[in-house]
Ligand binder design. Structure first.
Ligand SMILES: *Cc1c(COP(=O)(O)O)cnc(C)c1O
Length: 396
């Protein structure tokens, strides 16, 4: 079958909750994906940063296959001999004390919200827990999470909404200060807003949020599902401001793209509040997930992905900034997490990059192109990509 035939079937039988570029991918390796006609593309999205380690990384694949042959799912009704080793490794790599394993990012965020509320009632003594979030946030798609979205298309017609959230202006510490009450249990933010278009807050913002939380006995929760695991040039984006949150949600690259794996990381004091029966997941913490995540973490460390992201990110950003096109409003980034913000819809540039130059990128919120290639990319491969970007924007 050719691409068009696959697209027709997909459109007929699948809900249209996405608007994908019309590339039908058959297989992938490293930074490249190949469509059903055999055309090669350089992936500059990395499945929203889930494949930071590159597609089908052989070490992660081997770990997955080996574990799949032994046992994949025990449920947490019983123990397994991979989960403890995974917990220990994840804590050692990230510097947190305790893990609560889940599957999707949204579930990790839901878990963080439940944890913060429980902490609020049991430790802080709030009457009705409130959580402060930010405008432009993206934390997932569940009914509770979209309840505090400021994106109409994510939210409209999905009411009634979950109560207990207040929305501050992202990047503006004063607007957050005004929302603090004695019932504030937590602040939940992204250190850089990915879906909103790689919005980088003003320098010192995370430090200010940290101080506000410490001064008022509020948990600082960072959602690093997209920014974590070396995307921004450090293992976590919060390291750029030398702070530590009380809790962090991780997902995406925690699996290298092989399987949905997410987690909440925090201290014993906080995650230790859970007692048997109060929260759980059938697949969360399965031996298969644990084996995959351990291998995915090994690759991040062994292949120095943070360093590569930092060095090549700076290099690529400086090259992109030489592109001349009056419709470019701003080019910004941190590590290999780069945005080209246009004054007009960006879709046509994405389509041209894909069709004419074999580069896969996708617009976010109409006007912004997010560039986030697998972190195993080389300078030569980025130079190749640069020629495509330059041509598409300068021929415009
Ligand atoms: C992708 C993402 C999520 C949701 O993850 P899913 O696995 O799609 O549920 C949550 N927060 C952030 C910051 C994300 O980028």
């Amino acid at each position: 079958m050719n691409s068009n035939e696959y697209i027709q079937i997909e459109n007929e039988y699948g809900a249209h909750n996405y608007k994908p570029l019309d590339v039908v991918i058959d297989h992938a390796e490293g930074v490249y994906v190949y469509d059903v006609e055999g055309k090669r593309y350089l992936d500059c999205l990395s499945a929203y940063s889930a494949v930071n380690q590159g597609h089908c990384h052989p070490k992660i694949m081997q770990a997955m296959v080996n574990q799949a042959k032994k046992v994949t799912l025990t449920s947490r009704a019983f123990r397994n001999n991979v989960l403890p080793l995974y917990y220990k490794k994840l804590c050692e790599v990230t510097g947190f004390e305790m893990v609560l394993p889940m599957n999707t990012g949204a579930e990790a965020v839901e878990t963080a919200i439940k944890t913060a509320r429980k902490w609020g009632y049991q430790k802080k003594g709030v009457d009705k827990a409130e959580i402060i979030v930010c405008s432009g946030n993206f934390h997932g798609r569940t009914t509770t999470i979209i309840s505090f979205s400021t994106d109409k298309s994510a939210k409209n017609d999905f009411a009634p909404y979950t109560d207990g959230f207040k929305i501050a202006e992202y990047g503006d510490i004063n607007s957050m200060k005004k929302l603090v009450t004695k019932n504030t249990a937590a602040v939940l933010i992204e250190p850089i807003q990915g879906e909103a278009g790689i919005k980088i807050p003003p320098e010192g913002y995370l430090k200010d949020v940290r101080k506000l939380c410490t001064d008022n006995n509020i948990l600082m929760i960072l959602d690093e599902i997209q920014t974590g695991f070396s995307r921004t040039g450090k293992l976590f984006a919060f390291e750029h401001e030398n702070i530590r949150p009380d809790m962090v949600t991780v997902g995406k690259a925690l699996s290298g793209g092989f399987y949905p794996i997410s987690a909440v990381l925090s201290s014993k004091e906080i995650l230790g509040l859970f007692k048997p029966g109060e929260h759980g997941s059938t697949f969360g913490g399965s031996p298969l997930a644990a084996a995959i995540a351990m291998a995915a973490l090994d690759v991040i460390i062994d292949e120095n992905l943070a360093e590569n992201s930092k060095i090549l990110g700076e290099y690529f950003l400086s090259r992109l900034k030489t592109i001349k096109n009056p419709k470019i409003k701003e080019i910004r980034g941190r590590g290999l997490f780069i945005a080209i913000e246009m004054t007009i819809p960006a879709r046509k540039y994405c389509e041209a990059l894909c069709k004419d130059y074999g580069i896969l990128v996708k617009e976010t919120h109409e006007g912004t192109i997010r560039i986030a290639p697998p972190l195993v990319i080389t300078k030569e491969q980025l130079d190749e990509a640069f020629e495509g970007f330059k041509a598409v924007f300068e021929e415009d």
